[in-house]
Write a protein that binds this ligand. Structure first.
Ligand code: HPA
Length: 278
């Protein structure tokens, strides 16, 4: 059996395991990032599966990530939510990081909602604010589609011209206005971390057109677009990085500001989910 078949087999086994335990087919897959695990607080949960139980699922190694898959309902829509995700800086390969996205696609998820913490590069942003991704720059030096193509799932040379679904962005912006939520928008640059950026790197990231920087998201989005999922990604800006007056950033600060933004993000996501087409 070649590598591709082995990976496909693993996806099928993980998806079958999850399918047997959840009550209904999930419409929305959700990935929550650092300090944002409680985005699922408003969910009526009917299943709670630890990643360690799911065949071939990677296990979260970071304290701020719970490592639980939740199945339930928000605003009448079925959700499969990952509390905690995997990062390249934990030592995972890009295929391990994107494994859950492929499992979600195999389960029939139509939408992928991603949240994470990010550093603000746009000087107009403030800590605790939200930014919806309109585009990304992948500087992780990785790509989940390297080395294989699953024609049955999607095109090898996946088109990334509108990776972040335009209708979902419009819906989110409309809901933010109705709810009085300040929703910034911009370009996210994905790096591997775990070291934070130097002032010179920060200047470079700003010059190449990024508004926020983080250590996740981009590879999961590539995999999701490849699998035909409609992607919405909103990050919590946890710190502001200005190259000419860099201040230090700590994980405690990142978690504290992500936690501050989480209730607003949860409210916005609930409003978006209410109007999603099944
Ligand atoms: N840089 C990279 N990733 C981050 C940051 C940052 O400043 N803040 C939160 N995630």
């Amino acid at each position: 059996m070649n590598l591709t078949n082995t990976t496909n087999q693993k996806i099928t086994e993980a998806a079958n395991f999850i399918r047997e335990r959840i009550k209904r087919k999930p419409l929305i897959g959700m990935i929550t990032g650092t300090g944002l695990g409680n985005l699922t607080d408003s969910m009526e949960i009917d299943q709670n599966i630890s990643y360690s139980q799911i065949p071939h699922f990677p296990e979260s190694t970071v304290d701020s990530h719970a490592g639980i898959l939740l199945s339930g309902i928000i605003a009448g829509k079925s959700i499969l939510a990952m509390q905690g995700r995997f990062h390249i800086y934990e030592g995972y390969t890009v295929n391990e990081i994107t494994f859950p996205v492929r499992a979600m696609a195999a389960l029939g998820v139509k939408y992928l909602f991603i949240s994470s913490a990010a550093g603000g590069l746009n000087p107009h942003f403030r800590p605790g604010e939200l930014m919806i991704l309109t585009d990304h720059i992948n500087l992780t030096g990785n790509n989940p589609l390297i080395g294989r193509n699953f024609d049955e799932t999607g095109a090898g040379f996946t088109d990334m011209t509108s990776a972040y679904n335009r209708d979902l962005i419009a819906l989110a912006r409309g809901k933010a206005i109705e709810e009085g939520i300040n929703l910034n928008q911009g370009v996210y640059v994905g790096i591997t971390g775990p070291s934070l950026e130097t002032p010179a790197e920060t200047r470079f990231l700003r010059m190449i057109g990024a508004d926020a920087v983080g250590m996740s998201t981009v590879n999961e989005v590539i995999e999701a677009v490849h699998s035909g999922l409609k992607v919405l990604a909103i990050v919590a800006i946890t710190n502001i990085n200005l190259p000419d007056c860099m201040t230090g950033t700590s994980i405690e600060e990142v978690i504290a500001n992500a936690s501050k933004a989480a209730p607003t993000l949860a409210r916005l996501l609930t409003e978006i989910i209410k109007d999603l087409e099944k």
